[in-house]
Design a protein around this ligand. Structure first.
Ligand code: PRP
Length: 181
């Protein structure tokens, strides 16, 4: 399937840019005079964090983590394997985890527990998308871009088999191409 066969646009590029700007303004207000470190969760959050970062008007740093994807370790225990850890310590700092999507919540549940153990001053979550219907653990999301229904989406960082991350909009995959959720 090539990009011409992608499904209906769910969130346009204009709507994404507008919402990212709004969230950036909110974060800039909330983190004035603080010590902000944005932690992007690879790989899906890369596009969002890059735009979000440029919409901030407060000083900030970025760091990245990579965790294991859907696989045998992603069972109900929520144990997630760290493939790449942060480069720098977060002790005493104001951490904002940046995700492209929160689905079951298991990844973030694990990440928050793991990062809290390093004694940051604060820890919050910013996710571009959330699928509330799919949630298995309650996650406090401080900043949310859009709530979406339980459908498979791609674009603006989100992939299907590592493709479509480069789209500047979020689209549905056609029924016959989407994996079963
Ligand atoms: C996605 C997303 C989150 C996780 C959310 O990552 O970026 O990290 O799934 O799902 P959960 O709430 O059910 O835990 P994915 O494993 O697809 O990897 P990617 O970011 O590299 O595409």
């Amino acid at each position: 399937m090539d990009q011409a066969n992608i499904g209906e646009v769910l969130i346009s590029s204009e709507d994404l840019q507008r919402r990212v700007g709004e969230i950036g303004a909110e974060i800039s207000r909330d983190y004035r005079d603080r010590d902000l470190v944005m932690v992007g969760v690879l790989r899906g959050a890369v596009v969002f964090i890059a735009d979000l970062l440029r919409s901030l008007t407060v000083p900030c740093e970025i760091d990245f983590m990579a965790v294991s994807s859907y696989g045998s370790s992603r069972d109900s225990s929520g144990v997630v394997r760290i493939l790449k850890d942060l480069d720098d310590p977060i002790y005493g700092r104001d951490v904002l985890i940046v995700e492209d999507i929160v689905d079951s919540g298991l990844t973030l549940n694990y990440l928050m527990r793991n990062l809290r153990a390093r004694d940051p001053k604060s820890i919050e979550v910013c996710s571009l998308l959330t699928k509330p219907e799919r949630r298995r653990v309650d996650i406090p999301i401080r900043y949310t871009g859009f709530e979406i229904p339980n459908t498979f989406v791609v674009g603006y960082g989100l992939d299907y088999a590592q493709r479509y991350r480069n789209l500047d909009y979020v689209a549905l995959l056609p029924e016959d191409a989407a994996p079963t959720l």
